[in-house]
Design a protein around this ligand. Structure first.
Ligand SMILES: *[C@@H]1O[C@H](CO)[C@@H](O)[C@H](O)[C@H]1NC(C)=O
Ligand SMILES: *[C@@H]1O[C@H](CO)[C@@H](O)[C@H](O)[C@H]1NC(C)=O
Ligand SMILES: *[C@@H]1O[C@H](CO)[C@@H](O)[C@H](O)[C@H]1NC(C)=O
Ligand SMILES: *[C@@H]1O[C@H](CO)[C@@H](O)[C@H](O)[C@H]1NC(C)=O
Ligand SMILES: *[C@@H]1O[C@H](CO)[C@@H](O)[C@H](O)[C@H]1NC(C)=O
Ligand SMILES: *[C@@H]1O[C@H](CO)[C@@H](O)[C@H](O)[C@H]1NC(C)=O
Ligand SMILES: *[C@@H]1O[C@H](CO)[C@@H](O)[C@H](O)[C@H]1NC(C)=O
Ligand SMILES: *[C@@H]1O[C@H](CO)[C@@H](O)[C@H](O)[C@H]1NC(C)=O
Ligand SMILES: *[C@@H]1O[C@H](CO)[C@@H](O)[C@H](O)[C@H]1NC(C)=O
Ligand SMILES: *[C@@H]1O[C@H](CO)[C@@H](O)[C@H](O)[C@H]1NC(C)=O
Ligand SMILES: *[C@@H]1O[C@H](CO)[C@@H](O)[C@H](O)[C@H]1NC(C)=O
Ligand SMILES: *[C@@H]1O[C@H](CO)[C@@H](O)[C@H](O)[C@H]1NC(C)=O
Length: 704
């Protein structure tokens, strides 16, 4: 699961780091013609002087002679005739500090974007309400707190206002009443829990097209107190999601459809709604997006859904819809079939056979996981040329994996946790765009291929956990983009092939535990690993196999988060290279034949929480450097040949320690009394050592 998250988030992280570089490319114009007005230039310099520009994004804002024209400064735009500054766009400049009142000198400002900055929990300056020419005001994610200033209500020409993802709140929405030009309002993630007049405020927004009130703690409006509607608005996008007190929000839709000339997008997800889906969307022929996911809705779908001829996204996941899925799908017959692209019915109580989906000719995403679908999948029911994602995991589907080669766009195929059986056929290899293949936990499904099989796809994620696999899949040799692989809990009794080093060095997640794999694990140090190719976590679990040789391959990477090599035949010393593994949280080398001392470089594992070294032949003392591993919750070094006194520092170094297992070693001397200082200690096992003397008082109390 971690791995999915990484794949999804990676492009975002890359974007986030690239953006500042791209945005910086606006160059200063060196020509002598200076357009910028001196008064406004001074104002901008004043504004800069009160900001903390950590990333140098305002370096062009300078008094230097060559940079006189403030119209050329980063984030500034001037009017092409009057030369007044009309636009100030400081989006994602990473700024801190204060917003100067000199902003008011920019009287002709029409566009102000201060979003994605770090204004140190300041309040939004009230004087912003005096910039009366503003059309566009974005204060989102800028770390503002405290109330939204009522003065915003003075900005009667405002078309666009965003103050989402701040710590701001508003006790009532009176200030919205005058914003008759407003087309876009985003209050996502502000606190409106006391704004009992929020619906009245909405009724005053006669130009509103997009209204975002996600996670705003909106109070319920009793149906008897719905405000009067005085003329319509062009409201198209309505987002009331994640407001747990709006359990009647389905009923509010009647009111909204009286207000709006045509809703296109409605999000009521995560609103604590109960009962059946009501007849509130009937006749909404412009509706394209409907999200009712993550509620407690029951029953099926009303029949009129088949008539929603514009619907492209229907999200009903995480509810209690029940009954035969064929019946539910029958109510999706009619004009809806042509446009529907995303159908999400996951985690409901739907049962029965997968019905014929081929009539949804535009379908690209079908998520039905977490239901009780049964029977076999008919191949002709999934003739969907645009399907990119099919998720049928966690059902009770039987029979063979269907031949899906008609779904030539398929990229993600999840069939995990079903009761599929038979043999996976090479036809799966015809899915040339496939990136994710999850067939895990189908205990009767054979997933063997001939050693010469060459699939057309390049997978990024493969899980064959707990299927029927006996040989190390030779076809992996053909996979150049594999990042995550899970073949755990099979019966692979095969040698690790020599070519596997090339694959393994690129993996961010590998789980091959609980097989009979033997041979040496490839030495990853010699393989090419592009620097920072994957920042983030790496997991290697090859426990419970018969792998032998040394564990020096651990030294390759500085990003391991979990390493489990336990229950194998590893031997030799633990390499002293842990200075490179500072992200490591879990390390198990238990039940092997490792010898020598615990390396001093363990002291660098400052994130380590669980350490298992039991049942090896480790000798020497616990290195004092281990004091640095202050996050440890479990130390298990039992069944070794460790010696020395139980160090005093144990009692002082591990505030989180719950399990301390020193059993069956050659520790001697007395028990340090400061073991009593370990506030969370639950299990202390020092049996079978040569420890003598008194047991500290505190421990006696907790003896059974
Ligand atoms: C700089 O200004 C001159 C004169 O207005 C203009 O011709 C030129 O295109 C500008 N150069 C840049 C890089 O903006
Ligand atoms: C000035 O800006 C206006 C509106 O942005 C545009 O329509 C006009 O063509 C521009 N004039 C010149 C000379 O660039
Ligand atoms: C701005 O708003 C405040 C409070 O809403 C009000 O008292 C003030 O008169 C307004 N100023 C202008 C210039 O409209
Ligand atoms: C908040 O509002 C924006 C509109 O800019 C929207 O795109 C987004 O999906 C909304 N929801 C969340 C959770 O931020
Ligand atoms: C919203 O504000 C109210 C009081 O103003 C407070 O009790 C509540 O905890 C806040 N809700 C959130 C989600 O912060
Ligand atoms: C939301 O509902 C809870 C529980 O029913 C209630 O205690 C709370 O006061 C309500 N909050 C608002 C803002 O209506
Ligand atoms: C409806 O509009 C009229 C005229 O514009 C106005 O007098 C009245 O107060 C409005 N009613 C509501 C409830 O907004
Ligand atoms: C919607 O409008 C109709 C017809 O004008 C009216 O009868 C009904 O009460 C209105 N419903 C709501 C919830 O405002
Ligand atoms: C669907 O639309 C057709 C044509 O407008 C109409 O005859 C039919 O009654 C509608 N069906 C439902 C269930 O609303
Ligand atoms: C697969 O399972 C079905 C139903 O459980 C059974 O009838 C069939 O014989 C099985 N097929 C194979 C190849 O094991
Ligand atoms: C100790 O580890 C060896 C090697 O893996 C294993 O064979 C043995 O069963 C383990 N002993 C215990 C008590 O787990
Ligand atoms: C312990 O940590 C400190 C600072 O984090 C570091 O300077 C020192 O080298 C570490 N000691 C060992 C033995 O790793």
């Amino acid at each position: 699961m971690k791995c999915f998250w990484l794949l999804a988030v990676l492009p975002l992280l890359l974007l986030a780091t690239l953006r500042p570089i791209l945005a910086h490319s606006s160059q200063v114009n060196n020509s002598n013609r200076v357009r910028c007005l001196e008064r406004e230039r001074q104002a901008l310099l004043n504004i800069k002087s009160e900001l903390v520009d950590t990333y140098g994004r305002l370096s062009s804002w300078d008094n230097d002679e060559s940079k006189r024209d403030c119209c050329e400064w980063s984030g500034i735009q001037c009017h092409n005739q009057t030369n007044h500054v009309t636009r100030l766009d400081l989006y994602s400049f990473g700024l801190r500090g204060k917003i100067s009142t000199s902003l008011l000198e920019l009287e002709h400002l029409r566009y102000l974007d201060l979003s994605q900055n770090l204004f140190e929990q300041a309040r939004v300056p009230e004087f912003i309400g005096s910039l009366t020419k503003l059309r566009h005001l974005n204060l989102g994610s800028a770390n503002f707190y405290r109330p939204i200033p009522r003065q915003i209500g003075n900005l009667s020409m405002l078309l666009y206002f965003d103050i989402s993802w701040t710590g701001c709140y508003s006790e009532n929405l009176d200030w919205v009443f005058n914003l008759g030009s407003l087309e876009f309002l985003n209050l996502n993630h502000t606190n409106l829990s006391r704004a009992n007049n929020w619906l009245e405020a909405v009724s005053k927004l006669t130009s509103i097209k997009e209204l975002r009130l996600h996670d705003t703690s909106l109070p319920e409006i009793p149906l008897s107190l719905l405000p009067e509607i005085n003329g319509s608005s062009p409201l198209a996008i309505l987002d009331l999601s994640r407001n747990p007190n709006l359990s009647n929000s389905l009923k509010l839709i009647h009111w909204f459809s009286n207000l709006s000339t045509g809703l296109i997008s409605i999000d009521l997800s995560n609103n604590n709604m109960h009962g059946p889906i009501l007849d509130v969307f009937e006749n909404m022929i412009s509706l394209e997006y409907l999200n009712l996911g993550r509620n407690n809705l029951e029953g099926g779908l009303p029949k009129y859904f088949g008539n929603l001829s514009s619907l492209t996204v229907l999200h009903l996941g995480l509810n209690y819809l029940a009954g035969d899925i064929s019946e539910l799908m029958m109510n999706l017959s009619g004009p809806v079939e042509k446009k529907l692209e995303y159908l999400k019915l996951y985690y409901n109580n739907l049962s029965g056979l997968l019905p014929n989906m081929s009539r949804f000719s535009s379908l690209s995403t079908l998520r039905l996981q977490g239901n009780q679908l049964s029977g076999t999948i008919r191949e002709d029911y999934l003739q969907l040329p645009h399907l990119t994602l099919l998720h049928l995991s966690s059902n009770r589907i039987t029979g063979p994996v269907p031949n899906l080669s008609f779904c030539s766009s398929l990229q993600h195929l999840y069939l995990a946790e079903n009761m599929l059986n038979g043999t996976l056929t090479p036809s799966i290899g015809l899915l040339s765009r496939l990136r994710v293949l999850d067939l895990s936990v189908n205990k009767f499904l054979e997933v063997e291929f001939s050693p010469h099989w060459v699939p057309l796809f390049q997978l990024e994620y493969l899980s064959l956990r707990r299927c029927k696999l006996w040989n190390f899949p030779t076809w992996l040799k053909t996979q150049k983009r594999l990042a995550c692989i899970d073949i755990s809990d099979n019966e692979v009794s095969d040698m690790i092939p020599s070519w596997f080093g090339g694959i393994a060095s690129k993996l961010i997640y590998m789980n091959a535990s609980n097989n009979q794999i033997y041979g040496f694990f490839p030495d990853l140090r010699d393989s090419f690993l592009p620097p920072n190719s994957f920042f983030g976590t790496k997991v290697l679990d090859i426990s419970r196999n018969k792998i032998s040789g040394s564990v020096t391959f651990l030294c390759d990477s500085r990003e391991w988060k979990l390493l489990d090599l336990s229950d194998n035949l590893f031997s030799g010393q633990i390499p002293d290279c842990f200075t490179n593994l500072r992200s490591l949280e879990y390390l198990s080398l238990a039940n092997n034949y490792l010898s020598g001392e615990i390396p001093y470089s363990f002291g660098w594992l400052s994130d380590l929480t669980l350490l298992h070294l039991h049942n090896n032949t480790l000798s020497g003392e616990l290195p004092t450097s281990m004091r640095n591993c202050t996050g440890l919750e479990m130390i298990d070094v039992g069944d070794n040949r460790l010696t020395g006194k139980i160090p005093d520092w144990i009692g002082d170094s591990f505030p989180e320690l719950r399990f301390l297992i020193l059993r069956s070693n050659a520790f001697y001397g007395s028990m340090p009394s400061n073991l009593c200082r370990l506030p969370n200690l639950q299990i202390l096992d020092i049996s079978s050592n040569k420890v003598s003397g008194a047991i500290p008082e505190c421990l006696k109390l907790t003896q059974p």
